[in-house]
Design a protein. Structure first.
Length: 245
C-alpha cells in the first residue's frame, strides 16, 4: 500500500487508534472518511478536523453498512482503501450467565462486522487499479488475555479470516494487511492512563513508518506487539500466557 494518494474509509474511526490513524493518514496526503454510530461524535470530528469526511455506520446492521457504502462510494468514487476498525472489548466471567450476552455482542461487532464490511466493499475495490483492505486484530489474537476470552477469540478469527482473504484475493488488485496492536493508551478497557500500554501517538507513528517502509507488508507488528505475536514461534508461549493470567 502506498502511504499517500489514497482515498480511505475507516469504519469505526471516531476515537482511539482509528481516529489517530485517520488524522495521520490525512496529513500524509490521503483523502480520509471516518465512520461511526454516533452522529454527535461525527459532528465533533468534522468541527475539529475539517479535512476528514464522516459517515454514519453501524457494523452490527447490514442495512447501515449498505447505506454507508453507497454514500461513500458515490461521494468518493476513487475510494481504494477500507480499514475495518470497529471493535468492542469487555471482561467476561464465564461462570456468570451474563457472559453469554457479552460474547454474542463481541462476535457480532468484531467478527461479523469485519466480514460484512469486506463482503460489501470487495466487489467495488477490485475494480480499482490498486486497493487495500486493512483489518485490525490484536496481539491478543496470538496469546490470549484470559479475562477477555471472546475478544481474544474474535481477533484470532479475524487474523485467520484475513489470511484466507489474502489468498483468495491474490489475483485481484486488492492487497490485504493486518495490523495487530499491543495494549495502547485508549479508552478500550480503560487503558488511557495505563503505564503498561503503548502511547497512542507512538503506536500510530510506528504503524505509519512500517507501512511506508514496506508497501508490500502483510502484517504490521510494532515492536511492543512482537513478543505476543511471535511467542509460539519463539517457544515462550506458556510464559507469555502466564504473564497475562
Amino acid at each position: 500500500m502506498r502511504i499517500s494518494g489514497n482515498t480511505i474509509f475507516i469504519a469505526g474511526g471516531t476515537s482511539g487508534i482509528g481516529l489517530e490513524l485517520a488524522i495521520r493518514l490525512s496529513k500524509e496526503g490521503n483523502a480520509v472518511i471516518v465512520g461511526g454510530r454516533r452522529r454527535d461524535r461525527l459532528e465533533e470530528i468534522t468541527a475539529a478536523h475539517p479535512a476528514l469526511g464522516t459517515v454514519e455506520i453501524d457494523v452490527d446492521d447490514t442495512a447501515s453498512i449498505r447505506r454507508a457504502f453507497e454514500h461513500v462510494t458515490a461521494s468518493h468514487p476513487a475510494l481504494n482503501v477500507l480499514v475495518t476498525m470497529s471493535g468492542i472489548m469487555h471482561p467476561e466471567d464465564l461462570t456468570s450467565p451474563d457472559s453469554l450476552q457479552i460474547a454474542e455482542r463481541t462476535v457480532t461487532t468484531n467478527i461479523l462486522g469485519t466480514i460484512r464490511l469486506a463482503s460489501q466493499f470487495i466487489p467495488f475495490l477490485r475494480e480499482q487499479e490498486a486497493a487495500t483492505i486493512i483489518t485490525v486484530t490484536s496481539a491478543l489474537a496470538f496469546v490470549p488475555l484470559p479475562m477477555t476470552p471472546t475478544y481474544n477469540a474474535s481477533k484470532a478469527a479475524i487474523h485467520s479470516f484475513t489470511e484466507s482473504m489474502r489468498v483468495q484475493l491474490a489475483d485481484t488488485s486488492i492487497q490485504c494487511i493486518e495490523i495487530a496492536p499491543p495494549g495502547v493508551r485508549t479508552t478500550l478497557m480503560g487503558q488511557e492512563d495505563s503505564e503498561a500500554a503503548m502511547p497512542l501517538d507512538a503506536f500510530v507513528n510506528e504503524v505509519i513508518a512500517l507501512l511506508e517502509a514496506n508497501p508490500e507488508a502483510k502484517e504490521i507488528i510494532v515492536e511492543a506487539a512482537a513478543g505476543l505475536r511471535y511467542a509460539e514461534a519463539n517457544g515462550n508461549y506458556d510464559e507469555m500466557l502466564a504473564m497475562l493470567s
